[in-house]
Design a protein around this ligand. Sequence first.
Ligand code: FES
Ligand SMILES: [Fe+2]
Length: 349
Amino acid sequence: MAKHPSIDSYVDDKIAKDEFEKSLDDGLVYIGHKLMVPNKGDYFVLPSYKGRYALVNTGESYLMLSNVCSHRQALLLEGKGNVKSINCRLHCWGFELNGKLKLTPLFKEPVKNADLESFELKEWNGLLFKTRLPDFDLESLGLSEYINFEGYEFAGSSIEQYSFNWKVFMEIYLENYHVFSMHPGLKKYVTAADLEWKTGEDYSVQKVGLGKSIQTGNTESYTLWQQEIIKHFEPNLPRYGAIWSLIYPNIMIEHYPNIIAISTVHPLGARQCLNQVEFYYPSQLYKEKPQYFEAMQKAYAETAVEDNDACMLLQKGREALHSRGDEKYGPIEDFLEKGVEEFYKFLAK
Ligand code: FES
Ligand SMILES: [Fe+2]
């Protein structure tokens, strides 16, 4: 059985910080998808880095570029947009898209060593990584038709802040056991026990079958979403209602019929985390049937609220143990909770 993370790691900032840094050394660092910055000059300031870096398409490469001016450290870019060059509003220093300093008005001497720090990103299926690429062969895992961004566009992203440890989010994401009790809508949309697992050094994947009778839903938002699916696919309904993959430590690629979501959860100390969710839709269908995507968003949001509830139960339980200095762990159900076991193995490495 895998070693459970220590109870301290859920409440102690120092332990949590070391643990996350270590998990990034062994795992992957996802920065963004190239569809977020499809054209030369496009930029997207990275909220998960609190604006410290921006994703930039230079026309030749995708960079994670420092977003702080090398003169007096003013913030350079905000939000997202397109620029020909990066210009500081404060004293008008100018940088090329690759961060090279080119303008320093009124400075008499040329300024040296003041280019913006940059990291050239590596691409895997459009996802851009900082250190290395995942060992995650979509073809052999039967995922290439699902995690496929061809004809897709970046439809937007949202950020949610939570009051629990980042690992709790992963623990809930990686098991289907709680679906029966915590998700009235989702549990009818999928067949939680119709589950296929694939696991590897860098990833785990759960493919979950579509519900058996989705004509009616258990909640209003799932009823609407299920009706959109039926209208779109009938008589050939999709095999899977959801495919939930994780690239360690914190990169979730989710597939729902005609939708891909990428979310990354980032710790903000031991007891808080932030989740950034990016949505990718097929451009043509998005134009023709916006209601399909609106329906999915509502169902997704309903499930996210329930997951927050589930996560808070885990966090509070561990806080309670911690307050008494207790270390307690329970058994893991090896089918429904397989992903949790694999995640603990990754963390223990
Ligand atoms: S702070 Fe940017 S030019 Fe001075
Ligand atoms: Fe859940």
